[in-house]
Design a protein around this ligand. Structure first.
Ligand code: AMP
Length: 193
């Protein structure tokens, strides 16, 4: 299972990705978590990324792409993965396509978590991460609308959208049901097969 989660900051991608990852037995790979780990450990990558995280801006694609490529080359990602927070730009989607083409693998689905801005902003206010100040929260929402939302058109063929309002369990149930629905390709199989 090779999955990508897309949704605005605060939609619950991290929470759902952890649940779905353990359900499917695939690693949950969060680029935000990878950057924060690197910042905490004071690595060179962390030093490069830090000011972007603090400002709620996207880390440059070449830095992000290299980090994801190395992570996907690790053994545990061979059988599948759930990407949370990557790709966030069309350029990053191209990088991902190149990485996958090398192994002959394809994405199975893109799961969009959809929630109104007032709901996600309220959630982030209660979370207390260092980039969860009012100003940075608003800015990250703008960055999502400007740079990431257009990916949904890019992945239109394999995107399933789930309403990310309600309890964690409700959203997880909706996500599992949506992912279990046959894809267009399968429903195009000739009758009787
Ligand atoms: P997240 O944990 O997904 O909310 O990401 C936190 C921050 O990490 C973002 O505001 C960006 O600064 C950075 N980041 C995470 N993923 C990416 C990505 N795919 N491309 C660029 N920057 C990213």
């Amino acid at each position: 299972m090779r999955l990508v989660l897309i949704g605005p900051p605060g939609a619950g991608k991290g929470t759902q990705a952890a649940l779905l990852g353990s359900r499917f037995g695939i690693p949950h790979i969060s680029t935000g978590d990878l950057f924060r780990e690197n910042v905490t450990r004071g690595t060179r990558l962390g030093q490069q990324a830090r000011r972007y995280l603090d400002a709620g801006e996207l880390v440059p694609d070449h830095v992000t792409g290299g980090m994801v490529r190395r992570r996907l080359e690790e053994f545990d990602a061979r059988r599948g993965f759930l990407l949370d927070g990557f790709p966030r730009t069309i350029e990053q989607a191209r990088v991902l396509a190149t990485i996958l083409a090398r192994t002959g693998a394809d994405l199975d689905a893109v799961l969009e978590l959809d929630a109104p801005e007032d709901v996600v902003v309220e959630r982030l206010r209660g979370r207390g991460r260092s980039d969860d100040t009012e100003e940075i929260i608003r800015h990250r929402q703008r960055v999502y609308r400007r740079q990431t939302a257009s990916l949904l058109a890019h992945y239109a063929d394999i995107t399933v959208t789930v309403r990310a309002v309600g309890t964690v369990e409700e959203v997880a149930d909706r996500a599992l049901a949506a992912l279990a629905e046959p894809s267009d390709q399968e429903s195009e199989l000739p009758q009787g097969l």
